[in-house]
Design a protein around this ligand. Structure first.
Ligand SMILES: Nc1ncnc2c1ncn2[C@@H]1O[C@H](COP(=O)(O)OP(=O)(O)OP(=O)(O)O)[C@@H](O)[C@H]1O
Ligand SMILES: [Mg+2]
Length: 332
């Protein structure tokens, strides 16, 4: 795509579990990510001092320290506190009163003060199947937040961002899939034009909470096991791995079925009559064997579009941010 010389443009993927910022430094993409979570800890000048010294993102609020980003997870584990999240299922969390304030703090700490009025493209999920207008508030609010910081903000659909990031060699024609924490987002694009996009609410959080309800462990504990050691191999020595295997399969089946249904309902996809690649990205696509399992389930299913290859993004946690940056760099 043509780069319009927006040298200080940024791409930001604001996800349910993580926020990832992409910037361009000469020919290189640079990424920085923070957990989209926070925890309140009691105020003491010593704690405040060390947080500053260790450059741990935090803010002071009502006599307490609110630690946000990557350290919030460890601190919450240590102190036996529940971690709080600004988003749920891909959107601002309606049951977290501080969601907007905290998200603003976290984004500001990452993007910094702009010089001039640079462009920033931010990811937004596609509407969940059957719920078309639930996104307006989320999208408009994030736009206001970023514009308020001095940027010129534009939304970009998350699945389309994956296409921008990873399918340039295929002329931005194919199916971008981002399997995150709150949602799996899908976008079928033809020559960079989004044709069909949707999301489903089964993703990493669904796997963690479903597995937790079977094993009796905390969802956060399940998440750690999943991220450290889960892989698809058909034989599971540990109970937690076996349970995780079941829910990953449920997720992949739901995703393949939702893709088949949306593509045939739209009818347009069948008219493309050219095989399309599927590009898998997002943290939930990372366990080893995910791509193979996805392809096996897809090939077994009756599918309304021809699929050429099932591919895995080289850096699944950075794809959406990289695609958002592409959108910002090429915007007029
Ligand atoms: N190595 C890994 N193996 C398995 N799962 C992982 C791994 N790393 C991260 N995850 C899972 O991926 C999910 C986070 O992925 P990602 O950062 O793409 O989501 P997000 O963009 O924050 O969420 P969403 O797009 O749904 O709003 C979490 O559920 C996390 O547990
Ligand atoms: Mg995401």
């Amino acid at each position: 795509m043509k780069n319009n010389g927006n040298a200080s443009a940024l791409g930001i993927d604001i996800g349910t579990s993580r926020i990832c910022l992409a910037r361009r430094n000469e020919e290189q993409f640079q990424f920085e990510s923070q957990l989209n979570a926070f925890v309140h800890v009691p105020y003491s000048p010593i704690t405040e001092g060390v947080l500053k010294k260790e450059k741990v993102p935090h803010t002071l609020r009502n006599g307490e320290i609110v630690v946000h980003g990557n350290e919030s997870d460890k601190l919450a584990e240590l102190l036996g506190l529940d971690i709080r999240r600004t988003m749920s299922r891909g959107m601002l969390n309606p049951s977290e009163p501080e969601s907007l304030n905290m998200l603003r703090e976290m984004i500001a700490a990452m993007v910094g003060e702009p010089q001039g009025k640079p462009k920033i493209a931010f990811t937004v999920p596609a509407a969940p199947i059957g719920a078309s207008d639930s996104l307006t508030y989320h999208e408009e609010t994030l736009k206001q937040v970023l514009n308020g910081m001095g940027y010129e903000a534009q939304p970009v659909n998350e699945g389309l961002a994956v296409v921008y990031a990873e399918l340039e060699a295929q002329n931005f024609t194919g199916i971008g899939v981002s399997c995150g924490a709150g949602l799996c987002n899908v976008c079928l694009a033809y020559l960079a034009v989004p044709v069909i996009s949707f999301s489903i609410p089964q993703a990493g959080d669904y796997i963690d909470s479903s597995a937790a309800s079977v094993t009796g462990e905390r969802a956060n504990r399940i998440r750690l096991v999943k991220e450290e050691s889960f892989h698809f191999n058909g034989h599971f020595a540990e109970k937690t791995h076996q349970v995780l295997g079941v829910y990953h399969d449920v997720l992949i089946r739901s995703l393949v079925e939702a893709m088949a249904e949306s593509f045939s309902a739209a009818g347009k996809a069948a008219r493309l009559n050219r095989p399309l690649p599927v590009m898998l990205s997002g943290g939930t696509s990372m366990p080893s064997g995910f791509r193979d399992r996805f392809e096996k389930i897809l090939r077994e299913h009756e599918f309304p579009v021809q699929v050429s290859d099932v591919l895995q993004a080289p850096e699944p946690l950075h794809s959406a941010a990289k695609g958002a940056l592409t959108a910002a760099l090429t915007s007029p």
